[in-house]
Design a protein. Structure first.
Length: 638
DNA sequence: GTAGGGTTAG
């Protein structure tokens, strides 16, 4: 191979080793320096072509192995190995060369050669520390190739031969281990006094974090403050962000930046986790603060694909869709994640047409959709009422894109069919699923029954959903609302009794608005805000104006049609909007809400947007509603 | 001079 700087002179490897007369640094040391700088071709040329006096020092060889590995030159590695035997460094006298070779063969997917090399080492006459690093290298190699059984077989051999293990051994084993074994390794680490080391604790935090945040948090909490480094913070923060504990993730972020952080500065990894949590919560001010930090302190962030994707996702899901689009357009390189973030954002805003176009553009750029992109597309179709497109893309999953629909895709389809009023079809789709339906699927059907006031199918969905998620209060509330809407008060009483028996409380609704850098949070019927008096006065005034304008039937939910319409409590979004109107003169008021907007608030906000000539952008639990001029961007389809 | 920790989208 002409491009192979090492094997091209295969016959002269031992005679043509180079020196560098002009350097006071020994040329062997220069090989190492060049390799360390990533100048692998130069390192190998020097080793191959220079004046071979003095002959290469043993310490040049591991560096050369690393260079060959980086350049994917297995034949070069083999030559160095041959040289190692000739010089008596192998099979067991140079621990560094052994480690480099074992790791190199693993990285080059030549595990049998690595095993062979290890097997050649004479157990009795090799120093235990050399054996230890050799085993560590190969265990790490097997872990790299996701071969847990091979890792543990080596570990067992190691212990049977009386070879000591260390933190490196266990840090290779922990991520490879089946989850049930991790606590055993953890206690082994504790017994030998290694669990407190920063790198070991970090490894445990990240592995525990894959299955919930509790154990990850425990390890983090048990670390002495001073030994927590950036990686410790990143690992524990990500553990929370990835397990849906966004509030805790943001709490950790603020602790990290404060006294507890001990001067640790967030990096791109930190910010990816923080932005993801902001996107989930709708924590606009925190996310915008992160963006500012990136611009000031991480000038290279635009070349960091993951970080850019997180920022796009944040903007797409927290209100500034144009900013998301702008960032997307400016990206030098996009991945499917970038596309999916934007697709999902347009979907949440109800721009189904844009979503479908984006999806087609993505495909025409040669990006094959994955399951996540399809969830974004299908849920966009459902939010926009694109019934035919939704069905088309669902069936294209298998026929065109070779993707097997998951339970989430079925959930989107049940939602799509259900919203379109095809409740029986939706129910039949659930029965046809090749996998067991989960709570979300039945919940989607239940939600559709709420929209279409269908008690019969609603009861069926309810029965299933409470078996699967007995403690999710939202489903009981949905069922009770179906009974309310259809005038079946005994049903309401029955569901409320179930909730009481099971100790379930409706999750309190809350909304917030940001104003002048501060977050103003409102709960339903909440009087704690300093401006509460004025806010309530405005809501009551608006209620009266709305009633006049709509002829006294404000709610669309069929709430008591007779005589004086009672105010339907003071839902948090009304309070938040009123606060926004009192404190700003124009422009859009952005409200983030934890639950879905109810029918009454929805028609209230539509009418108020016309009366007051203001625009409200409300992000609820599943999408955006933009109220302007008496209408909502969801076209009453949500 | 060798082996070794953290990352996004529904």
């Amino acid at each position: 191979m002409a491009t192979d700087p090492f094997t091209s002179t295969a016959t002269s490897t031992t005679t043509a080793f180079a020196g560098d007369a002009n350097s006071t640094e020994s040329w062997s040391a220069r090989v190492r320096t060049l390799a360390r700088l990533g100048r692998h071709r130069e390192a190998l040329s020097l080793l191959r072509d220079g004046d071979p006096s003095p002959p290469p020092h043993a310490l040049a060889l591991p560096a050369a192995v690393i260079s060959c590995t980086s350049l994917s030159l297995p034949s070069g590695v083999a030559q160095i190995q041959a040289l190692g035997y000739k010089r008596g460094l192998l099979p067991s006298s140079d621990a560094y060369l052994l480690s480099a070779l074992l790791s190199s063969y693993s990285r080059l997917s030549l595990l049998p050669r690595a095993h062979q090399l290890l097997d050649e080492m004479p157990l009795a006459s090799t120093p235990p520390t050399t054996l230890r690093t050799a085993f560590n290298s190969l265990i790490s190699g097997c872990a790299m190739h996701a071969l847990p059984a091979a890792c543990f077989l080596l570990f067992r051999r190691m212990r049977a031969a009386g070879v000591p293990f260390d933190a490196v051994t266990l840090m290779a084993l922990v991520p490879a281990a089946p989850h049930s074994v991790v606590p055993q390794l953890h206690s082994l680490l504790g017994k030998v006094g290694l669990a407190a080391e920063t790198t070991v604790a970090n490894c445990l935090i990240s592995v525990y974090g894959r299955r919930g945040a509790a154990l990850a948090r425990q390890v983090f909490n048990e670390m002495p403050m001073a030994s927590r480094d950036l990686v410790s913070w990143n690992a524990v923060l990500s553990a929370h962000a990835q397990n849906g504990l966004a509030v805790d993730a943001l709490d950790l972020y603020s602790r990290m930046r404060g006294h507890d952080g001990n001067g640790v500065e967030p990096d791109a990894v930190t910010l990816v986790g923080v932005l993801s949590s902001c996107a989930h919560l709708g924590a606009r001010s925190v996310g915008l603060g992160v963006e500012q930090y990136m611009q000031e302190r991480l000038p290279g962030f635009r070349t960091n694909l993951q970080l850019c994707n997180s920022l796009i996702n944040f903007h797409a899901r927290c209100g500034s869709l144009p900013r998301a689009q702008q960032l997307f357009d400016e990206m030098p390189r996009k991945s499917i994640v970038s596309w999916t973030a934007l697709i999902t954002g347009y979907g949440m805003h109800g721009h189904g047409d844009v979503t479908v176009n984006l999806f087609q553009m993505m495909v025409s750029e040669g990006i094959r959709p994955d399951n996540v992109a399809m969830v974004g597309l299908l849920s966009a179709c459902s939010h926009s009422g694109l019934y035919d497109e939704g069905r088309k893309y669902f069936s294209a999953m298998e026929s065109t894109y070779q993707l097997r629909p998951t339970v989430e895709h079925y959930t989107c389809m049940v939602d799509l069919l259900g919203r379109a009023g095809r409740l029986k079809e939706a129910r039949d789709l659930i029965s046809s699923m090749p996998m067991p339906a989960d709570g979300a699927v039945w919940g989607a059907l239940l939600g559709a029954c709420k929209i279409h006031k269908n008690v019969e199918i609603g009861e069926e969905a309810f029965e299933h959903v409470i078996k699967l998620e007995p403690s999710n209060a939202g489903y009981y509330v949905l069922m009770a609302n179906i009974y309310t809407d259809t005038g079946q008060l005994e049903g309401v009483v029955r569901v409320r009794a179930m909730m009481r028996e099971r100790g379930l409380k409706k999750e309190p609704g809350c909304s917030y608005v940001e104003h002048k850098g501060r977050v103003h949070l409102f709960m339903a019927d909440d009087h704690s805000h300093p401006q509460a008096k004025r806010i309530y006065e405005l809501v009551i005034k608006l209620e009266h104006m709305v009633k006049e304008k709509t002829g006294g039937t404000a709610g669309t939910d069929g709430h008591s049609k007779k005589a004086p319409v009672p105010l339907i409590g003071f839902h948090s979004e009304k309070l938040a909007v009123a606060f926004g109107m009192l404190n700003t003169d124009g422009g859009e008021i952005v409200v983030i809400k934890n639950l879905r907007v109810c029918g009454d608030c929805h028609s209230f906000l539509k009418t108020v947007s016309a009366i007051a000539n203001r625009a409200f952008l409300v992000r609820d639990a599943s999408r955006f509603h933009r109220f302007e001029g008496g209408a909502c961007s969801c076209k009453d389809y949500w």
